[in-house]
Design a protein around this ligand. Sequence first.
Ligand SMILES: NC(=O)c1ccc[n+]([C@@H]2O[C@H](COP(=O)([O-])OP(=O)(O)OC[C@H]3O[C@@H](n4cnc5c(N)ncnc54)[C@H](O)[C@@H]3O)[C@@H](O)[C@H]2O)c1
Length: 278
Amino acid sequence: MPGRVEGKVAFITGAGRGQGRSHAVRLAQEGADIIAIDICHDVQGALPMATPEDLAETVKLVEAQDRRIVATQADVRDYDGLKAAVDDGVAQLGRLDIVLANAGIASLGGPVQDMDPRNWQNTIDINLSGLWNTTRAAIPHLIAGGQGGAIVLTSSVGGMHAMPNMSHYVSAKHGVVGLMRSLAVELGQHHIRVNSVHPTNVNTPMFMNEGTYRLFRPDLENPTADDVAPVAAQFMHVLPHGWVEPEDVSNAILFLVSDEARYITGVPLPVDLGALLK
Ligand SMILES: NC(=O)c1ccc[n+]([C@@H]2O[C@H](COP(=O)([O-])OP(=O)(O)OC[C@H]3O[C@@H](n4cnc5c(N)ncnc54)[C@H](O)[C@@H]3O)[C@@H](O)[C@H]2O)c1
């Protein structure tokens, strides 16, 4: 049976680990070849990023699905590097159909008046301008292909409601919705659909780390993920779980980029255990 994105090529940012890797593997399982980029070095003020070894592991996992992958170290803040990576991927794989602008960083910034301005700027540069760069590097290939396409921008529940001490992240993720809607109206004439996904906590290094555990459980000396789960479930979610798995987001994205969603564009789709109901 053909896969749901058989014969298509997907460009994915932040594919070295976490959700980006999961999207690469899930789309490869359904027949897509992958153009992957990741920064593969750390960013000031943010948690440790993926490593070159992580990106190499993504390559292995995609190839294990008998699909091709072109992987490059690139920073979404660097338009020229990003464009070179996409151009090279398209030259090798022959086309481009799908763009997943997923790369992002998170940090606890503190109240607006106390936030380190570099922290604000890095977050806006990567989590908002980085998605703008990603799409403007890719769109000419989608249009030139003449067969439409699908773009999914990764936002967050923080792109649809407020979170204290996270104004940098929340502002960038709200901005992603504006970018998504702008792209949707501009690209519809080319049969290119643009949507965004809004995950709650996801089981990736961005959420699963000591800093987050301490935030949720300041009452414990050495909190673990198991200590966090019931608290996150109770205070954040309607469905009684602390977080979703990367595959849950990948499956939502797979639907959005497949022909099953052929008339869906301009939609912010929560994958959030009901977080936005609270
Ligand atoms: N984990 C969560 O709880 C959660 C919740 C909602 C939304 N998100 C969003 O999901 C997306 C994926 O995050 P994740 O959960 O997989 O976290 P993650 O930290 O595991 O993965 C992020 C990836 O992006 C890469 N990256 C960061 N900055 C980059 C840059 N400038 N250029 C290229 N690559 C860069 C990192 O190296 C890493 O591989 C992010 O946009 C994040 O904001 C995450």
